[in-house]
Design a protein around this ligand. Structure first.
Ligand SMILES: Nc1ncnc2c1ncn2[C@@H]1O[C@H](COP(=O)(O)OP(=O)(O)OP(=O)(O)O)[C@@H](O)[C@H]1O
Ligand SMILES: [Mg+2]
Length: 504
């Protein structure tokens, strides 16, 4: 079959080469997975195909004719659309306005809001989000919902080639299923889909062919059937991953954090739980189940309506009125939304890493000798395989997954007794994911209390000693390791939405 898009000898160099000699063919009616470690060049390749970045070397063709887009608009004119890895919505505009941003329907110069909302609802219904009010400003949505809206903005257009750069990073199983339905529909219409994901299981479900990028080189393109995941990982990472045991070597200590009857709107309804030292406590649940809101409230980022938090075994409740109070009392929170809350985009890796710790650094030495600081930063860069040119490289120049690693490292850099991680491995490749699991396991083994919120159930099953399940703002169930099954956890996660009590 003649390819829709072909790249030949494609190359791109920033400070160093990031793509080199890439030959890729996208066939009509195929879902073509693109995998590789963080920084391998997946987004760069996608951006070149979509016209957002120009290559330094090589050429492309579209249906056999030379294709060299100089802008996103030129790519779109050819029917090539891309859903970017980073969210690109405008927070103050409504869901409907974001979906139709470039193509707002108008009636004699006026926007026809009724029609806009009707059209938006139709598209949202297709991806299973028919209940979402299209008039809401997107900044009021959670990251997962924002991601669905972002996907919706591409789905309604007529396209020949659709590039999805980690579309499911913030989605849970039901949302992924809706997305896959739509992607399969497009495939049956002859669209070529380039699908980037770090969730390899997903790729086995949805993709027809797979290409592996390593260090900017396309290592192989094959049929997915008959290609084992182990082999994919080996080609991606180029080394063995080590054991996947993240639960041994720790024992449960005293309670470090006790939440009692926390309440905040309909997202946090009477939540009580305890996190122990020497333990990893997981929080499972669907997108929007209230996990993030609960953690933010504990951290003082939002104000609780009622309820108390007890720390370190104290009999009197802690006073946490701001994140600063929380950090002072030994609580760290890694937020799920790195772009809005996590990173200081104007700064380099150095500042982004050390910013949580400036006080401690200053208190112990008056000032931290830059050379010592650099040594410590390099240690984390090595440990998490953060791909960068130097500790002072601007954070926006890093690939998405490497930005996430910088935020994780920031909190590891700081010595807190209670560490809450909200989606710590979103967008992180499998090699680095294992490094992060290992670090979390080490922290628990050192006697810290570790709380992990994750939409990736496999991650929680691998890592946690206990899993609490939230559903529709309530704590639906709690399971000890050994006493859980995937089905029981899923049933509990859905229970609040179905109006039936969860069986524990
Ligand atoms: N504007 C830029 N300036 C300098 N370097 C850049 C720039 N954009 C990307 N890079 C570098 O190019 C390399 C490839 O980045 P890219 O975003 O394509 O990786 P990726 O495979 O998408 O990774 P991830 O899985 O983390 O999203 C990275 O090392 C990144 O730091
Ligand atoms: Mg990327």
């Amino acid at each position: 079959m003649a390819p829709l898009i072909s790249t030949r000898g494609l190359g791109k160099t920033y400070a160093t080469p990031v793509l080199d000699g890439v030959d890729l063919d996208l066939l009509p009616g195929e879902i073509h997975a693109l995998v590789g470690e963080n920084g391998a060049g997946k987004s760069t390749l996608s951006r070149i195909i979509a016209g957002l970045t120009t290559p330094d070397r090589g050429s492309m063709s579209f249906e056999g004719r030379p294709y060299a887009p100089r802008s996103k608009a030129e790519g779109e004119a050819a029917g090539i659309h891309m859903v970017m890895q980073e969210l690109n919505l405008i927070g103050t505009l409504s869901v409907a306005e974001n979906i139709f941003l470039d193509h707002l329907p108008n009636r004699a110069g006026w926007i026809d809001f009724k029609k806009l909302q009707r059209d938006a609802t139709e598209i949202l219904t297709r991806i299973g989000m028919g209940d979402l009010d299209p008039r809401l400003p997107v900044e009021q949505l959670g990251v997962g919902q924002q991601q669905m809206v972002e996907i919706a903005t591409s789905l309604w257009r007529h396209c020949r080639v659709l590039i999805l750069d980690e579309p499911t990073a913030a989605l849970t199983a039901p949302e992924v299923a809706h997305l896959f339905d739509q992607v399969r529909r497009l495939r049956s219409e002859g669209v070529a889909i380039l699908y980037i994901s770090h969730r390899l299981e997903e790729i086995r479900q949805i993709a027809d062919r797979i290409s592996v990028l390593r260090d900017g080189h396309l290592v192989t393109t094959r049929e997915v059937a008959g290609f084992s995941l182990d082999e994919v990982v080996r080609l991606m990472v180029g080394r063995e991953l080590g054991s996947a045991d993240f639960t041994s070597g720790r024992s449960r200590g005293p309670v470090a954090l006790a939440a009692r009857n926390l309440r905040l709107g309909d997202k946090v309804q009477d939540i009580s739980f305890e996190a122990h030292r020497g333990e990893i406590l997981g929080f499972a649940g669907l997108m929007g189940s209230g996990r993030t809101e609960t953690m933010r409230a504990i951290f003082g980022a939002d104000t609780l309506e009622s309820g108390q938090v007890f720390l370190h075994g104290n009999k009197t409740p802690a006073r946490i009125r701001s994140p600063r109070d929380a950090v002072r009392q030994g609580i760290a929170l890694l937020t799920e939304d790195r772009k809005a809350q996590g990173l200081f985009l104007a700064l380099g890796i150095r500042e982004n890493l050390t910013i949580s710790d400036l006080r401690r650094v200053a208190a112990t030495t008056g000032w931290l000798p830059r050379a010592l600081e650099t040594t410590q930063i390099r240690r984390w860069i090595d440990k998490l395989h953060i791909r960068c040119n130097s500790p002072d490289q601007g954070i926006t120049e890093l690939s998405g997954g490497n930005q996430q690693k910088v935020i994780v490292a920031r909190w590891l850099f700081r010595d807190c007794d209670i560490l809450i991680f909200d989606e710590p491995t979103r967008g992180v490749d499998i090699g680095a994911r294992f490094e992060i699991y290992r670090l979390l396991a080490d922290l628990a083994a050192e006697g810290k209390a570790v709380v992990v919120v994750s939409s990736d159930l496999n991650e929680l099953l691998m890592l946690c000693d206990r899993i609490a399940v939230m559903s529709a703002g309530r704590l639906a169930a709690e399971f000890q390791r050994g006493a859980w099954t995937q089905d029981a956890i899923m049933a509990a996660a859905l229970s609040g939405h179905l109006g039936t009590p969860a069986v524990n």
